[in-house]
Design a binder for this molecule. Structure first.
Ligand code: HEM
Length: 159
């Protein structure tokens, strides 16, 4: 299934953990570049790109983490063509993992919040638990009333 990753989630795949795949994003498309760990993994010549959106860096041909973003506003036609060539190469070489959620978008904020406050229990589990608890209490109460025996018809008339 295609994933939707935030920038923070993408950074988890920057190659620093050898047990995890290495991802890069280009114009919002996330590629699994694990097959080229020697390029993008720790100590590789292009490690700066790993775990990041690197459209700009690829367009202007700079291996510089500071240029890893999606700002193409000042790029020349030639640079945009260079970027398209990179994208064509990645599309044939790597599999697409999914999409990078635009920074500051509603989806990205929600996904990052969910990461900050992880609940071990899904809401459906909590709802079931509440219903079961309620039914148990109700059952107990009915049983209790049953043990008291029938209410005498004149129980209230004595007052
Ligand atoms: C002295 C300059 C450079 C040399 C000699 C060089 C050389 C190479 C070589 C030999 C490869 C492997 C190609 C392959 O096996 O497919 C490669 C890959 C690559 N180069 Fe460079 N490179 C240089 C500069 C740059 C710069 C400035 C960038 C900035 C965007 C860059 C980005 C890349 C990327 C992203 C790959 C990996 C492509 C892939 O995933 O297959 N290179 N480079």
């Amino acid at each position: 299934m295609a994933k939707a990753l935030t920038a923070a989630q993408l950074l988890e795949y920057d190659g620093s953990d050898s047990g995890k795949p290495v991802y890069i994003a280009v114009k919002g498309t996330v590629y699994d570049v694990s097959a080229a760990r020697e390029f993008y993994g720790k100590g590789g010549p292009y490690e700066a790109f790993a775990g990041r959106e690197c459209a700009r860096a690829l367009a202007i041909m700079k291996v510089d983490m500071a240029e890893c973003n999606d700002n193409l506003s000042d790029c020349t036609e030639k640079q945009l063509k260079t970027l398209d060539d990179w994208i064509a190469k990645f599309n044939t070489k790597y599999s697409v993992v999914g999409k990078l959620l635009p920074e500051g978008s509603k989806e990205a904020l929600e996904a990052d919040l969910a990461l900050l406050r992880p609940s071990p229990f899904p809401p459906s589990f909590i709802a079931t638990l509440v219903v079961v608890l309620f039914l148990t209490l109700l059952g107990g109460y009915v049983l209790f009333l049953d043990m008291q025996g029938p209410v005498p018809p004149n129980a209230h008339s004595e007052l």
